[in-house]
Design a protein around this ligand. Structure first.
Ligand SMILES: [Zn+2]
Length: 456
């Protein structure tokens, strides 16, 4: 039996213009057999199925290359690393992977999670045990004593349940690459930004250039892709020179970084959504606001966008990803905001943003030659929208406009299940953010309590 899908507008992912009055045809295995005009389509047999989306906009399923399935909408790094067993995190991650799919994301890359959580979610979905997106999975980030994800004091180190795997020598780094590849990861993530800065403010890379080269070389030798977290110029440069396949952030990149990326073929996922949400949504009482992170992030964002535009002008491919998994970027909520920010802040056209989130993202993913574009031979992974995201890229964030999501030709049938967020994450033990000295209490006592009085 074949399935015919009548499309009002069809955006294939392979060209900027939508096509009118075309059809998709796929087989029982969910593989596209035909994409084109209805007139030239294969003849429809009596038992073939017809789905009519002739009033809608049909496009490939969206892809987010930066969604952390194990983070659980975390409010702190300790939340991510410490407060729930790996087994719970895997179950929770599967639930949240489904939230992503229900938002129109038929594939996600989970770049850096503790243990084997992401790859277990990937395998459970792939085996048909659960509905969900296609997952490209990494293990813990490789980090050093100078790298992010090695958050805790040296007397604690990076616990087994952390998203960072602390390697203190190059031999240990190579051993960890081999161990993760044996376990079945699709990619190796390197925490390449350090925690130290030069007097001029520049971030010092966590690993040396030689170490970065060796880690990436071993990753590639074993047939896997390398990802780096590189905000700083140095970390971006080392990653680009080493041929890291996907560089996250790159906010401080310069001409030298761009030239190195052009030479090695590294691509960039700036991940604008996380900082933009942090800048716009963080409330004054939040610890992030009290630490001045909002102002610092706003300034770095401004500089970052200016630098990223230069990389775009130079022809570096951009991928869309959001750093979903934090309390500021909950699953299924903000993935498509990245496309809007590509348009508003980086000067992409809506069509370019759509192609970044489909065609370009697919090139990074495992099995990427089967997704991201609607053409014969690829999976029937597509989404159906009311209205055109080419006219308004913002509609991709409106769940009421998402009519249907198909993965491998099967329509996703997930109920929008509510959950209790307090039982899912935020198990940290902190109770107060203020310090109640006599002076502070005197100040509080001297102040009228407008909200309480209003309630009386
Ligand atoms: Zn991330």
């Amino acid at each position: 039996m074949k399935t015919f899908v009548r499309c009002g507008s069809l955006f294939t992912g392979h060209e900027d213009e939508p096509r009118k009055g075309e059809a998709l045809v796929f087989d029982d295995a969910g593989e596209l057999l035909y994409v084109g005009t209805e007139a030239k389509a294969p003849r429809r047999a009596a038992d073939d199925r017809l789905i009519d989306h002739s009033g809608s906009f049909v496009m490939p399923g969206l892809i987010d290359v930066h969604t952390h399935l194990a983070y659980g909408n975390a409010k702190s790094e300790e939340d991510i690393d410490l407060y729930s067993p790996m087994e719970f995190r895997a179950l929770r991650g599967l639930f949240f992977a489904q939230k992503c799919a229900a938002a129109g994301y038929t594939a996600i890359c989970s770049p850096g999670d503790a243990g084997q959580i992401s790859l277990s979610i990937r395998d459970a979905i792939r085996a048909g045990l659960f509905e969900g997106p296609r997952v490209t999975a990494a293990g813990p980030y490789l980090t050093t004593h100078q790298g992010l994800t090695d958050w805790y004091p040296t007397w604690i180190g990076a616990p087994e349940t952390s998203i960072g795997k602390l390697v203190t020598t190059l031999d240990e780094a190579i051993e960890e690459v081999r161990r993760q590849v044996k376990n079945g990861v699709d990619c190796i993530k390197i925490a390449l930004d350090g925690i130290q800065r030069r007097p001029n403010g520049e971030l010092i890379a966590a690993f040396t250039e030689e170490e970065t080269d060796a880690i990436v070389r071993e990753t590639h030798r074993l047939g896997r892709k390398a990802i780096s977290h590189s905000v700083g110029r140095e970390a971006t440069l080392y990653a680009a020179r080493a041929g890291v396949d996907l560089i996250f952030h790159g906010f401080d990149l310069d001409k030298e970084c761009i030239a190195a990326m052009k030479k090695s073929g590294s691509v960039l996922s700036p991940t604008l959504t996380h900082p933009k949400n942090l800048i716009e949504f963080t409330q004054p009482h939040e610890p992030a606001a009290q630490k001045g992170r909002v102002e610092i992030t706003a300034e770095r964002y401004r500089i970052g966008v200016a630098n990223l535009k230069k990389a775009k002008a130079a022809g570096i491919p951009f991928l869309t990803g959001t750093d979903t998994g934090f309390a500021i970027t909950p699953y299924g909520e903000w993935h498509a905001r990245e496309l809007e920010l590509f348009v508003e802040d980086l000067g992409f056209t809506p069509a370019q943003a759509l192609r970044a989130a489909t065609e370009a993202n697919a090139k990074f993913m495992t099995g990427g030659d089967k997704i991201g574009v609607l053409e014969p031979g690829r999976h029937a992974d597509f989404t159906v929208w009311e209205g055109s995201p080419l006219a308004d890229i913002g509609i991709l964030q409106d769940k009421n406009r998402l009519r249907a999501v198909y993965i491998g030709g099967k329509e996703l049938s997930l109920a929008d299940r509510p959950f209790d967020p307090r039982k899912v994450t935020d198990f940290a033990l902190s109770n107060w953010t203020d310090l109640y000295t006599r002076e502070r209490v005197a100040e509080l006592r001297g102040r009228p309590r407008p909200r309480l009085q209003a309630a009386e």
